[in-house]
Design a binder for this molecule. Structure first.
Ligand SMILES: [Zn+2]
Length: 399
């Protein structure tokens, strides 16, 4: 029997144009064989070709680029995870203010948004400014076990229902929601990637690499076996055709330990603009003076509160790289777009069109059914009846 959540997901997938495959009931994370997935086999460049297939590894986006690394545009993704609220929204505005890429398009970031405490009218504002809105789940879960043991159905609910919320409350178009980051970067092996693929997503940005830092690993697809090191297992071993991995190439802290998220570095430099700036530059130069694989700057806005100079240091760094003639601050999905159509020199043709939506702000005081507490939530256009949550993404009373 199909329960309501499953039914809603099937409807969503049907609407999104993704392949309609229903998750089996009673599947568990350890039982990966229940999926109609094939085990991934070794990748060869002859079998796996752009634009929709690319082997994992250190290979440049095109064989013709060999020896011409300094002509490859250096792409940088600045990403923030978790809820968007009035405090971090102001910080994001200040951070990106005045940053224009060499092609005269605005510099843009990627926001992996989780539902709780998010102000959807501000998500709409970021979206209208041209930033990428991506997924970080409805509940954020209760810890790493929740995500490690999640089955495909749960993962599809966590990310699929979040898609519905972003569409309804922040007026984000379905076609612009393309990627996800798993909370705690914790994958459930094949299940996470199978769920993402079934939801019609394009890429994941949750998988850190320590081994392939210098030279750094480029994004690749899961058509064939990944050669990436598995730092937070289980990692997928099935073929998920056409689905991209945007590897989180780790940074090094001052003691030489790796960190996937900048705010996860154990020994960052002292809280001083120049020391932090130099440290960012050192990490950046491994890419910029190396193979030019995309450089990720992965953060939570909470990091700005952890040191008096963190914000200014990041701003200084972004303004510095923005003066370089071949550096582009762009979104994760534009990076994948570049990977599909790589070029030397200018990476993109024209600027992405900014979406035009209207959002009439509503401030809603809503009861969270699970706990009885009242949550305040800003949304576009009309308030739900209760606080939306997993299983009830539109916050309807009849649930
Ligand atoms: Zn998070």
């Amino acid at each position: 029997m199909i329960n309501r959540v499953t039914y809603r997901l099937i409807l969503l997938i049907a609407l999104s144009g993704a392949p309609l495959v229903q998750a089996e009931e009673n599947a568990t994370a350890v039982d990966v064989d229940f999926l109609p997935l094939k085990r991934a086999v070794r990748c060869t460049a002859a079998k796996c070709q752009l634009p929709n297939c690319r082997c994992s590894g250190l290979r440049l986006p095109s064989a013709e680029f060999q020896g011409r690394e300094q002509e490859i545009p250096q792409l940088i993704t600045v990403t923030f995870d978790d809820a968007v609220n009035v405090i971090n929204y102001e910080q994001y505005q200040k951070l990106f203010d005045g940053l224009i890429n060499p092609d005269n398009c605005s510099a843009r970031g990627t926001f992996f948004v989780s539902h709780e405490y998010t102000d959807y009218t501000l998500v709409n504002a970021l979206y209208q400014q041209g930033h990428e809105i991506a997924l970080h789940s409805v509940t954020h879960g209760t810890g790493t076990d929740y995500w490690r043991e999640a089955d495909v159905e749960l993962l599809m609910a966590e990310f699929g229902e979040q898609i519905e919320m972003l569409m309804k409350f922040a007026k984000v178009s379905r076609k612009h929601i393309r990627g996800l980051r798993l909370p705690f970067l914790q994958s459930a092996g094949n299940n996470s990637y199978e769920a993402a693929k079934r939801l019609g997503l394009l890429y994941d940005s949750s998988w850190p690499t320590q081994r392939y830092r210098s030279p750094a690993m480029w994004p690749y697809t899961l058509d064939y076996r990944s050669t990436q090191d598995c730092q937070i297992g289980p990692c997928p071993n099935a073929a998920i055709p056409g689905f991209w991995i945007n590897p989180m190439v780790t940074w090094l802290d001052t003691a030489g330990y790796s960190c996937a998220m900048i705010d996860g570095c154990i020994y960052p430099p002292q809280d001083n603009v120049d020391a932090l700036f130099e440290w960012m530059l050192e990490n950046f130069n491994r890419h910029y003076e190396g193979n030019r694989a995309p450089f990720g700057m992965y953060l939570h806005a909470a990091w700005f509160q952890r040191g008096r100079h963190h914000f200014d240091a990041l701003k200084k760094f972004l303004h510095y790289v923005n003066t370089l003639p071949d550096v582009y601050l762009t979104t994760a999905s534009r990076v994948i777009h570049y990977m599909k159509h790589p070029s030397l020199g200018k990476p993109f043709n024209g600027c992405p069109k900014k979406p035009q939506t209207t959002c009439i702000k509503r401030s809603c005081g809503l009861r969270k059914v699970e706990t009885g507490e009242i949550r305040y939530m800003n949304v576009c256009d009309s308030c739900p009846s209760v606080y939306p949550w997993l299983g009830n993404p539109f916050g309807q009373t009849e649930y």
